[in-house]
Design a protein around this ligand. Structure first.
Ligand code: ADP
Ligand code: MG
Length: 251
């Protein structure tokens, strides 16, 4: 990874508050409540993981935070007006007929100051300096996800939402990207909300874990382990054991 470039990422971080958030979907069988009355405050600049089983509402909650979905009741507020929100998905959602640079350019359609240098700087930041003009098909899965991360950072978001971004990658690549993400987060002042069903990944990455299940946030755990974190030391393993117990306590 490249050193932090002070021209990049100057907008800073925003805090997020969820006020009595509830979400229900109307389905053929009636109303399906995903969660009710979520009240959570997230500090600016923190790295928070949201963990839960498949179907527990993690993506629904992220989509409400980004404004893709409306909550059924409640609201979300940010510590800045009209924040930029980056969203990284499980699949990087690249346009296959466009190069890496053009895949970044298209999220800057409304930015008159955009030049390709911006895309290139963010591609440099994720180690893709030699791949500016490659097409997604010519990249590995890890490289494609790096383009997705570069694209999200390139809008200089105050909040970055990441929805299981590493779960489609092989473990060695995922591990590299985790380390790189923590480095990016510590170089830039960004709030990250990271969805995963992998407790170990959540403990490695974040300051705090929120556990979602049974229609509520049933766990809210601070992670006091010093960084850089290694998964094989006693403190980590003990913390992991307790977190997994808590995680399993809700169906
Ligand atoms: P997760 O990301 O934790 O796996 P989701 O947030 O995708 O879970 O989904 C939570 C629940 O909401 C699931 O039961 C899912 O079927 C339901 N759900 C999600 N989106 C819709 C939708 N558009 N219409 C109906 N039900 C939905
Ligand atoms: Mg999901």
């Amino acid at each position: 990874m490249m050193e932090h470039n002070s021209e990049l990422g100057t907008r800073g971080a925003a805090g997020v508050t969820m006020h009595s958030l509830s979400k229900a979907f109307e389905v053929d069988e009636g109303t399906e409540t995903v969660f009710e009355e979520i009240n959570i405050n997230i500090e600016p600049g923190s790295f928070v993981s949201l963990v839960g089983r498949s179907g527990s509402g993690k993506s629904t909650l992220l989509n409400i935070l980004s404004g893709i979905l409306e909550p059924t009741t409640g609201r979300v507020s940010y510590t800045v007006d009209d924040p930029e929100i980056g969203h990284v998905f499980q699949s990087p959602r690249l346009l296959p007929w466009e190069s890496c640079v053009k895949n970044i350019e298209y999220v800057h359609e409304n930015n008159p100051e955009y030049t390709d240098d911006i895309a290139k700087k963010y591609l440099d930041m994720v180690g893709l300096s030699d791949h500016y003009n490659k097409y997604p098909n010519g990249l590995s899965g890890g490289q494609r996800q790096r383009v997705g991360i570069a694209r999200a950072f390139s809008i200089d978001p105050e909040v970055l939402l990441m929805d299981e971004p590493f779960s489609n990658l092989d473990e060695i690549t995922a591990e590299e990207l985790r380390e790189e993400l923590v480095e990016l987060w510590s170089n830039f002042d960004k709030t990250i909300i990271f969805v995963t069903h992998n407790i170990t990944e959540a403990i490695q990455l974040s300051d705090r874990i929120l556990m979602i299940g049974g229609g509520e946030i049933y766990g809210d755990i601070e992670i006091p382990i010093e960084r850089p974190r290694t998964v094989d030391n006693d403190e980590f393993i003990e913390f992991q054991r307790e977190a997994i117990q808590k995680f399993r306590s809700v169906e």
